[in-house]
Write a protein that binds this ligand. Structure first.
Ligand code: NAP
Length: 278
């Protein structure tokens, strides 16, 4: 059974390709922008019709959250029209479609972990464009899985690597302490997605590692595990202004995964330790 991965050179795409290789029932078709540009509706339609896959997992996205605020057209094209093109093409051949989404569809004013049925209200271009991608997915494809994740790290650029790099040239770092979320390893997320595509439990899911912390706590834990001696100062979002507003609280409850007995996400500290000790 063929599984097409788009954006396969990104963090999640790489991990999915790696893990899917252990499943003899699946044949991986890993594509990135050069092989399959998700913006090109004709190319997407032809490619998916020709391959006639069992499932398509969309890992392609415009993930530069701050840049999206000014690169608005591209943000909407990649994060909204891209999944629309894929959803339409999947529906035509009856393929299952996985659209990966984000905690940034919420405004962050919540006080308990967000469930899948909580009202969305993005406050950034990235979040708004990803929400539109979710809506197109639901509108154009019956056999969909929308999987919202957050604070992702794997092979590629991410917060963990940035912190370690910054520690090479700085004696102290200021890190935001008033945004709370759940750092999530691509290892845990890829496994959850592979489990889901083996089912017919279509719908919207939250998929993040268990537990929660602030970016400051996250940084401290990275340095503790790596034995890096550096002073970390907690600062507020107001002191550390960024072009795109971030949700203050974006902890997601993997409620739906728990309901279908597929919540295999580990605690964020355990997954982080494994990642850093590799
Ligand atoms: N990273 C996070 O913290 C985070 C948090 C929440 C949700 N998510 C979601 O999780 C998913 C995976 O994120 P990630 O961190 O793995 O992303 P990533 O590392 O930024 O990878 C995205 C990939 O998509 C490719 N791409 C961009 N435009 C494309 C196009 N038009 N056609 C085909 N490929 C294209 C990129 O190629 P180029 O490098 O050439 O642009 C890149 O290889 C995304 O849906 C993202 O929104 C991520």
């Amino acid at each position: 059974m063929k599984v097409v991965i788009t954006g396969a050179k990104g963090q999640l795409g790489l991990e999915l390709s790696k893990q899917l290789a252990n499943y003899s029932e699946y044949e991986i078709i890993a594509t990135d922008r050069d092989e399959l540009n998700i913006l090109d509706a004709n190319q997407v339609s032809e490619f998916i019709s020709k391959e006639n896959p069992y499932a398509v997992i969309n890992c392609a996205a415009h993930t530069a959250v701050d840049l999206c605020e000014t690169d608005v057209e591209n943000a909407y094209k990649i994060n909204a029209l891209g999944p629309r093109n894929l959803a339409i093409a999947c529906e035509k051949v009856g393929a299952k479609f996985v659209q990966v989404s984000t905690d940034y569809v919420f405004d962050g004013s919540g006080t308990r972990p967000y469930r899948e049925d909580d009202a969305t209200c993005p406050n950034s271009i990235y979040g708004t464009s990803k929400l539109m991608g979710e809506e197109f997915t639901k509108q154009f494809c019956l056999k969909y899985f929308i999987v919202r994740t957050a604070w992702l790290y794997g092979e590629g650029n991410n917060f963990v690597r940035t912190m370690i790099k910054l520690a090479e040239t700085n004696k102290e770092l200021n890190v935001v302490d008033d945004q709370v979320g759940s750092p999530t390893s691509t290892v845990d997320l890829a496994k959850a997605i592979i489990d889901l595509i083996g089912t017919e439990y279509y719908g919207t899911y939250h998929g993040t590692c268990e537990g929660q912390c602030s970016w400051y706590d996250f940084a401290k834990k990275i340095f503790e595990i790596k034995n890096i001696d550096i002073k970390v100062n907690p600062v507020t979002s107001e002191e550390f202004k960024r072009p795109a507003p971030r949700p203050a609280y974006s902890v997601l409850d993997n409620f739906m995964l728990k309901l279908v007995n597929l919540n295999t996400f580990r605690n964020w500290e355990e997954s982080l330790k494994e990642y850093l000790e590799k």
